[in-house]
Design a protein around this ligand. Structure first.
Ligand SMILES: Cc1ncc(C[n+]2csc(CCOP(=O)(O)OP(=O)(O)O)c2C)c(N)n1
Length: 323
């Protein structure tokens, strides 16, 4: 088992908590009716984004999904611009034109989020091919759900990444439901990792509520990708705290199942681990929490106080000029 440094444990705590506090604030602001459109919260799945992003460098890339706030915040998106995008404001990362499902920030290695399920996988293949052709050692992590793994692009993208030995990490967030459809009704094997093996891609299942376990799997995958050994697949088993999107009460989930999963809170798990391993004192953990809360509150205030775009800006940045 790979050893991790105290700094890494502190980073995992910080990233997991940052995503949690960001999402809690989003939920609060949503309750004030300030967020237009729909919203897919990442609450409960924080350890996946935290573990993967801690294994990446700033110069690496991520491709996100409709449930993307956690991915982009953990990878280092500017929280003010990310929050403003949720509110459809001019100061947002896409000038308010994308909203919750399309936060993008190339400067931070964020290729973008997408509302079309499974459409991110071919984009990750393209980005990884670009990294390979440019002779860099950049790595691309692509997040997607169990539902997305039933889309045709999953097969095409995994196959191509395997034959060309592309530097991709396929990160499946298996939260056992695609909207209200349980995985039992979608996948004959119920194992996404087995599907990765069918393409000769080293694949493993990890506890997606434990940021340290996700980090270890991701760090091994990153090393393989940097060494030119090609893609890996990590199936992170996790659970969302809320429904699929803003108005879904998730009453299709059995009570016992919910209780069991929700008793294993990702923030508590990494806090306890970091304190046990003496990577953090309770006091330092509390100081980090305070600082993060201030940053998140500032981001929300910035977003709320920003202007909406003018109607005539609607078509700006939408079409590219062709010479
Ligand atoms: C191509 C496509 N089909 C259907 C939808 C509607 N839709 C939005 S999210 C979703 C479920 C996705 O489930 P999963 O991939 O497991 O991700 P999760 O929401 O669990 O994170 C569906 C069917 C869509 N956005 N795009």
């Amino acid at each position: 088992m790979m050893d991790v440094t105290k700094e890494t444990l502190e980073d995992l705590y910080t990233q997991t908590l940052k995503v949690r506090l960001f999402e809690e604030k989003v939920w609060e602001v949503f309750g004030r009716n300030l967020i237009p459109g729909t919203l897919h919260l990442y609450l409960g799945e924080e350890a996946v984004a935290a573990g993967v992003s801690t294994a990446l460098r700033e110069s690496d890339w991520i491709q996100s999904t409709h449930r993307g706030h956690g991915h982009v915040v953990a990878k280092g998106a500017d929280m003010k611009r990310a929050f403003a995008e949720l509110l459809g404001k001019k100061t947002g990362s896409c000038k308010g034109k994308g909203g919750s499902m399309h936060i993008t920030e190339f400067e931070a290695g964020i290729l973008g989020a997408t509302g079309v399920v499974a459409s991110g996988l071919p984009i990750a293949v393209g980005a990884a091919l670009s990294a390979q052709l440019r002779g860099t050692d950049e790595v691309v992590a692509c997040f997607f759900g169990d539902g997305a793994s039933n889309n045709g692009t999953f097969c095409e993208s995994l196959n191509m990444s395997a034959i060309w030995k592309l530097p991709v990490i396929w990160v499946v967030e298996n939260n056992f439901y695609a909207m209200g459809t349980p995985i039992k009704q979608m996948c004959p094997s119920q194992s996404i990792a087995r599907r990765g093996e069918a393409y000769c891609i080293p694949s493993q299942v990890v506890d997606g509520n434990n940021a340290l376990k996700v980090y270890k799997a991701a760090a091994e995958a990153v090393e393989r990708a940097r060494n030119g050994e090609g893609p890996s697949l990590i199936e992170c088993q996790t659970y969302r705290k809320k429904g699929h999107s803003r108005f879904d009460p998730a009453d299709y989930r059995p009570e016992e199942e919910e209780e069991e999963w929700l008793s294993r809170d990702p923030v508590e798990i990494i806090t306890n681990l970091a304190i046990e391993q003496k990577a953090l004192s309770k006091k330092k953990a509390e100081n980090i929490r305070k600082q993060l809360q201030e940053q998140v509150d500032e981001a929300a205030e910035f977003a709320i106080n920003s202007e909406h775009p003018e109607p005539e800006e609607a078509l700006e940045d939408v079409f590219a000029e062709v010479a």
